[in-house]
Design a protein around this ligand. Structure first.
Ligand SMILES: Cc1cc2nc3c(=O)[nH]c(=O)nc-3n(C[C@H](O)[C@H](O)[C@H](O)COP(=O)(O)OP(=O)(O)OC[C@H]3O[C@@H](n4cnc5c(N)ncnc54)[C@H](O)[C@@H]3O)c2cc1C
Length: 389
């Protein structure tokens, strides 16, 4: 949709083919048992400048996102508000706080480029950041941003995330929590923008024959997920390894609330719990997020929901049993973000054929912003090609 909006805004006639009934792909609304949910709780940060710009361009009101300064608050009482609070947080031993300054200065001195790509755990060890600060700050940040366990995650990509968030411009590390479902947040307003600009969006329209499409259109952007690429372009790109994200929705009586909109859990399965009443107005609904691989993958959905409920009980006094629960397991949520990854080129050897998707960005982890940037880049390459032809 980022590619389509960018082209439509430049007066290019675009047609979007989407195989699903709802736009949004891995960030979309799903309807289950008569209820509308997201396929997974998402969070944006202030550094997502291109996505935020396109949202404005297609007319999404700023109220669609709840903007909060960086704050990590845990069920066990650990709390950190703003990046500078790292220096004053009493729960972090003094030595680790001093080393945290060395860590950030060390990364900054080398413009956040590492001499060689290593794992995030090794990087944290090098800077003695694997104690309390690693437990509550760096490792959760790594799992949330890279969706890869810190012992396997790329330190280079992690350093890029730190550069653009914690060490970024003012507001870059703000959390932006969606107040509408994910399809309404950008994809549907983007579809409406494309239609208003004279283009077309065809839902329930899977592309099976790329060659036929290439005859019909001047240029084609293949913007499918990395796991869907093989059916359209066999033999392209490496065999990626994937990481899952599980979201467990638990519906409690309406008066049940979390003590904070986004509450961290540091010692169990759940990493973050979101109070949907405070975000989307869905009272009593709590979304528990478990990113990256782990033991939870061996559990049934009932066992997983029971575990999430048990962990929430530690944070909410007198929590009654849930009235309803639903686990959404996205088994291939993103590619694993491991050291030294090779990414295919945006521009394929074939003329008029381009790629877009979250797995392509050379620096960024596979996120909404990476997907958007790749879409814009593909659109720019196409407008250049059309202008020159
Ligand atoms: C549960 C979960 C939680 C996440 N949390 C976050 C988060 O908090 N923050 C964040 O930034 N990112 C998050 N992500 C990652 C983010 O959702 C993805 O990076 C992003 O949505 C990828 O967008 P994309 O356009 O590259 O690919 P996709 O969203 O996968 O889009 C590809 C589209 O192509 C369509 N398609 C496939 N094959 C065909 C075909 N043959 N013909 C026509 N259409 C086809 C698909 O239906 C799909 O709509 C999360 C992902 C998941 C799954």
């Amino acid at each position: 949709m980022a590619a389509a909006v960018t082209l439509a805004a430049r007066g290019v006639s675009v047609t979007v083919f989407e195989s699903g009934p709802v736009p949004g792909g891995r960030a979309r609304r799903v309807t289950t048992e008569g209820r509308e949910l997201d396929n997974g709780q998402h969070i944006l940060i202030g550094a997502y400048t291109e996505l935020l710009r396109l949202m404005r361009e297609v007319g999404v009101p700023s109220a669609a996102l709840l903007r909060k300064p960086l704050e990590m608050r845990y069920a066990d009482g650990f709390r950190l508000r703003g990046a500078a609070a790292l220096l004053y947080c009493r729960r972090i031993p003094f030595r680790e706080r001093v080393d945290a300054v060395r860590f950030m200065i060390g990364l900054k001195r080398n413009s956040f480029r590492l001499p060689e790509d290593i794992s995030v755990n090794t990087l944290l060890q090098q800077y003695r950041q694997n104690g309390v600060i690693g437990h509550y700050v760096w490792r959760p940040l790594c799992v949330s941003a890279l969706n890869t366990p810190p012992d396997r995650a790329s330190a280079q990509v992690f350093a890029t995330v730190l550069r653009d968030s914690v060490a970024g411009a003012s507001g870059a590390s703000d959390f932006l929590l969606p107040r509408v479902d994910l399809s309404r947040l950008f994809p549907e307003p983007a579809c409406a923008f494309v239609a208003r600009s004279g283009g077309a969006v065809r839902l329930n329209a899977p592309v099976r024959d790329l060659a036929a499409l290439r005859k019909e259109f001047d240029a084609v952007i293949v913007a499918v997920g990395p796991h869907q690429l093989k059916t359209l372009l066999p033999g392209l790109g490496p065999d990626y390894e994937y990481q899952p994200i599980y979201t467990c929705y638990l519906q409690y009586p309406e008066q049940v609330q979390l003590p904070f909109q986004m509450l961290g859990f540091s010692d169990g399965l759940v990493q973050w719990a979101f109070d949907r009443a405070a975000l989307t107005g869905e009272r009593g609904l709590i979304a528990c997020v478990i990113s990256a691989q782990g033991d939870h993958q061996q559990m049934t959905h009932e066992e997983l929901a029971a575990n999430c409920h048990r962990e929430l009980k530690g944070a909410i006094r007198d929590l009654p049993d849930p009235q309803w629960s639903r686990v959404i397991a996205e088994k291939r949520a993103t590619i694993a973000c491991v050291p030294g990854m090779k990414k295919p080129d945006f521009k394929l050897a074939a003329p008029g054929l381009f790629l877009a998707g979250d797995y392509l960005d050379p620096d960024y982890p596979p996120t909404l912003e990476a997907a958007v940037r790749s879409g814009i880049r593909a659109a720019e390459l196409i407008s250049g090609t059309i202008a020159n032809s």
